[in-house]
Design a protein around this ligand. Structure first.
Ligand SMILES: [Zn+2]
Length: 122
């Protein structure tokens, strides 16, 4: 790994911790409590879609949400959550987090709105 990649990784790690603190230790999507170790860096716009490694593109999410979301856009992911029949893993996940889901979706939409205002997430 080159020096530049290592530096980028270090920034992502720092931004993940920052997001974790900002989200009061909860996953951006399901609201599950995370530890600083279990929090994963969630790229709001996936890097595969041109999303950056900057702080305004990084949130903290649990590993489950991060993997269920995969490369879907956040808007698409939220749609899938509302129509769980379209995505089997998300359906299982909803059963698990059912009570937290509405709050999580609201929080996430607020985050997307902020991101949109700052000109990312499009
Ligand atoms: Zn989660």
């Amino acid at each position: 790994m080159g020096k530049r990649d290592r530096l980028a990784k270090a920034f992502v790690r720092a931004y993940r911790i920052e997001a974790y603190t900002r989200q009061e230790g909860r996953c951006i999507y399901c609201g599950a409590f995370l530890s600083a170790k279990t929090a994963t860096a969630e790229h709001i716009v996936p890097t595969s879609r041109g999303g950056s490694d900057r702080a305004d593109n990084i949130a903290a999410a649990c590993a489950d949400c991060n993997s269920v979301r995969g490369n879907h856009s956040v808007a698409d992911f939220l749609k899938r959550l509302r129509k769980p029949e379209s995505c089997a893993p998300a359906r299982l996940w909803i059963c698990h987090f059912n009570r937290r889901i509405n709050k999580a979706v609201q929080r996430c939409e607020a985050f997307i709105e902020q991101a949109r205002i700052r000109g990312i997430g499009r």
